[in-house]
Design a protein around this ligand. Structure first.
Ligand SMILES: *Cc1c(COP(=O)(O)O)cnc(C)c1O
Length: 364
């Protein structure tokens, strides 16, 4: 393998011609992207009518979430512009990604978190990657407001998804899906928090369609947690609540872009309850072997809701035509948020270290 091939990984290397980089841009990469698109026979069977469901498993990115796709670009551009430090507000995954790519670039990373509202795995990441972590008395939306203010007056680059480089990097997930399926899917389902990702996917689908690399564009279906659903309710939610911390957002930064994507694609934003999210999380892990964090399971919960005529869903079931290809993005890895699995782990079976007893207990 040549030197060049060895280093030819990551979304900037793979999609350089579609990204705002030049020869002068230093590439800060951890070989992110190129995540698996996993066919799900069991979800396909549940949808029926020859539909096929695929899971885009973004938890397999280097820091365990899709945020790495945007962060490779945001950090590369920040370093190109001479930044010595980056800052972000985060519900956890943005800070994990920012901290890792800042470490890679040898610059400082400052993270503003809402105190007490971060999954432990994500906090551990920010610390291990060497970020300065500040926990504010306030929610994510307060943290983002402060980050915007600091970015205006200080020589510190903001790497939240209000930074357009983030969305440019994240759109590469659509490119990968089109290349793998040979066509865009009919329907794309994903969780929505700050709404950067749904906007980025739409950007990617539009771009490849314009270049005739796909002949159609998917219907975009976004799912918010019922207690944090500003786009669905069309108003800011002052105190967003949900177990799915990555989408606990009351005032999405990319609200307008998301509305445009939904309207343009003929899609919708709907809600799923925490109970539905947790049930979908357990279902996906125990039926397909894919362990995702709660926010990620919102897309699977959303798919289930779409199949239930009694669910009072906010869109038409005709969105899934016969033989439709449906992609669900699962955004982050389950190991980031082990606390939610704790109740389940209470079910261990105690036994003596003795063959006979074990065989009796497992019913063999
Ligand atoms: C950031 C994040 C989301 C929400 O993405 P937005 O771009 O904010 O809509 C969903 N799931 C996970 C795991 C995330 O990290």
């Amino acid at each position: 393998m040549s030197f060049r091939t060895l280093h030819d990984h990551g979304v900037i290397a793979r999609y350089r011609e579609f990204l705002p980089v030049t020869e002068a841009t230093p590439v800060i990469s951890l070989n992110e992207g190129s995540t698996p698109l996993i066919h799900s026979p069991k979800l396909s069977a549940r949808v029926g009518r020859d539909c096929e469901v695929f899971i885009k498993y973004e938890g397999l990115n280097p820091t365990g979430s899709f945020k790495d796709r945007g962060m490779t670009l945001a950090l590369s551009k920040a370093v190109e512009r001479g930044a010595q430090a980056v800052i972000c507000a985060s519900t956890g995954n943005t800070s994990a990604a920012a901290a890792a790519y800042a470490a890679r670039a040898s610059i400082t990373c400052i993270v503003l978190l809402p105190a007490g509202k971060i999954a432990f795995g994500k906090l551990a990441q920010a610390f291990m990657y060497g970020a300065k972590v500040v926990a504010i008395e306030g929610n994510f939306d307060d943290a983002l407001r402060l980050v915007r203010e600091i970015g205006e007056t200080e020589p510190i680059a903001v790497v939240n998804s209000i930074n357009p480089d983030r969305l440019e990097g994240q759109k590469t997930a659509s490119f990968e899906i089109i290349e793998e399926l040979g066509e865009a899917p009919d329907v794309h389902i994903l969780p929505v928090g700050n709404a950067g990702n749904i906007s980025a996917y739409w950007l990617g689908y539009q771009e490849f369609h314009a270049l005739k690399r796909s002949s159609r564009m998917p219907v975009m279906l976004g799912f918010q947690a019922a207690g944090s659903a500003p786009i669905f309710h069309k108003r800011v939610i002052e105190k967003p609540e949900t177990i799915a911390t990555a989408i606990r957002i009351g005032n999405p930064a990319s609200w307008d872009k998301a509305n445009a994507a939904i309207a343009h694609s003929g899609g919708a934003v709907d809600i799923v309850t925490d109970e539905e999210i947790l049930a979908a999380q357990v279902w996906l892990a125990s039926h397909e072997g894919i362990f995702v964090e709660p926010a990620s399971a919102a897309s699977i919960a959303g798919l289930f809701k779409s199949l239930d005529p009694a669910s009072g869903r906010a869109y038409d079931a005709a969105l899934f035509p016969e033989g439709a290809k449906i992609v669900c993005t699962v955004t982050g890895h389950g190991l980031k948020d082990p606390d939610v699995a704790k109740d389940k782990c209470g079910g261990v079976i105690p036994a003596k270290a003795e063959r006979g007893e074990i065989l009796r207990l497992i019913g063999a």
